[in-house]
Design a protein around this ligand. Sequence first.
Ligand code: ZN
Ligand code: ZN
Ligand code: FE
Length: 758
Amino acid sequence: MIARRHLHVAGIVQGVGFRPFVYRLASRLRLAGWVLNATAGVEIEVEGRTEDLDQFVQLLATGHPPFAHIEETVVTALALVGETSFQIRESSEQKTHFVLVSPDLATCDDCLRELNDPANRRFGYPFINCTNCGPRYTILRDIPYDRPQTSMSVFPMCPACQVEYDNPADRRFHAQPNACPDCGPALTFAGDATQPEDAIAAAQALLAAGGVLALKALGGFQLACDAENEGAVRQLRNAKHRGDKPFAVMARDLAAVEQYGVLTGADRATLTNVRRPIVLIPRRPESTLAPSVAPGTATLGVMLPCTPLHHLLFRDAPFRLLVMSSGNISEEPIVTNNEEARRHLSGVATGFLLHNREIEMRVDDSVVRNVAGHTRVLRRARGYAPLPIDLGAECEEVLACGAGQKNTLCLTKGHYALLSQHIGDLSNCETLEFFNETLARMRRLFHADPRIVAHDLHPDYLSTRFALSLEGVERIGVQHHHAHIVSCMAEHRLSGPVIGVAFDGTGLGTDGHVWGGEFLVSDLTAFERRAHLRYIPLAGGDQAIREPWRAALSYLDDAIPQQDLSFWNPAPQSTVALIRTMRQRRINTVQTSSCGRLFDAVASIIGLRHHASYEGQAAIELEAAAAPDMEERYAFTVQPGSPLQLDMRPAIAAITADLRRGESTANISARFHNTVAAAIVDICVRIRADAGLNRVCLSGGTFQNVYLLSRVDAALRRSGFAVFLHARIPPNDGGIALGQAVIANRIWQTRQRNERYL
Ligand code: ZN
Ligand code: ZN
Ligand code: FE
């Protein structure tokens, strides 16, 4: 029997070789009809024998290209048309719908082979790509994903490229960024060079001589130097005003990575996958890495070449490992165009590797870590954004503005949350501009015009101020730690209630104090604060975050008042006295339950770090110091009340006693971590007994600490809890926007429902 069917396929089905796949499949099954990219996905009509049609539908689901991701296929029966061939039709656009956009994909093996084949016409061509690889999100101006809507529109294809593009049997069939040396973008080198005619050779010579190279990569500029040349690394660090914050490196290949770090099978798979993130791995202490790459840490952030340009940079090069840092100064956003690069980076870079393809979307490198059987995203950017998070239910259009640090923004549309790439710390106008530019682009790409805007309660976050400046919108304020927990719930599609443990550095509470060691009972609209770290008074606002010794002083005065602190010498006596006076008189002093400050305090008390040059440094070094095989812990108490208060004074007192006995930093750190883990379990058990809840969500930047996370996770499971951790969404403030979006949605929907009954 002959029949005709229409298929609507939604998901990531554009820019991933989906239409050629459909074409080949239909041709193989001798079906007539057509396929086209529509704004809402891919539309297909097929006509032929019913058994072939059934097979078509089945193979569509199981045999599609690796990077396509089908969310939904709707099949409807149609009347016969009587076509005899199968065609790929021009795209159609429906303004009301939207399509999911593919992230950028690392160079595939086929392209890599051609890149290295002297007989191939793209030998050594830095912009080689095909339907299985290459730029996507970073070159896209609008949808549907077709060449005229990308920054490839100014490069008309040469006849040879056009033939590939038009041939359904070719790997480059409808590969939108298809290009070759005759028709595509080209590299140039600017700077002192002896071989300026070969841009790659000039860049390699500069790097080999210890220079700093600014290179125009996929989502922005990167700053590179030889990671084994201490002088070069230090020069880069100073010029970037970088403090001690670790640099990520790019290694020539896996074998090179193994020389510097210890890899698991999961790490190898993550390093070589199509997203090519920076992977945090344990570092080999004996490696030849320059000390200034990542001072004071036990880990190394490493990635492999992700674009043809990076592959070429390492080809026949004298170096194996390059520092590969975002092309920016200090906390400014990553630079994307040649002019900007020369203006902002000329004080840092001694040479520029440039090209003439515009970067439409600023996207930084992603950072992940493999923990407890999953790849956990810590910074979600290239290769991940803008993958959708399926919320499992229809949403209102909401814009969530995110937090102040590690900002991302989030749009909801259909049943998806679309979380932006990492934007950064909203501490200057440049980053705010990046926020605005990302919002404008995402609104256009996803055809969104949100009238509901969610924001943090902190009035001074630039993201909050932005939300408050919008007119004609409904604004919904969301508490920071509630947003953390709901971001974890959304990732696991939980609607609650759950026990939420939100541990981080800073978030404004509903009582006006600075929260950060919080136990919530949470659902998608509201939360109850069941327990928290006991408040300590902290003097000095943001200064206290840069000076961990101030938190230590508060904890010491709280735990062992009037005792001899001669073992601890972080600052001149006069400064210590001044801070005490400020605190007593409540000058610039807050009450805080921050877990970040607790870690700061312990790091300072044991003499590890009194001053931090980047966020989280003290906690990172405290984790790095912890002895691996240690089960002991200190005491803590839980003060009754509502909420309960987790009192760490016994632990602080025990730490000082250990110090006087000459106990090692490694053992003290391990015991401290174990104490925090045990306290979390203890309080969760109490909440379970009271509220009858068994599901625990762990969120907040503190859970980037792998030593703590793995112990808490294991201990909670041993106690019979169902534990939910982040994987696709960062546990840090990069996930806040998602939580805000989901909460605002649910609050709005509940309000609408109630109004209907009024
Ligand atoms: Zn390819
Ligand atoms: Zn060409
Ligand atoms: Fe936070």
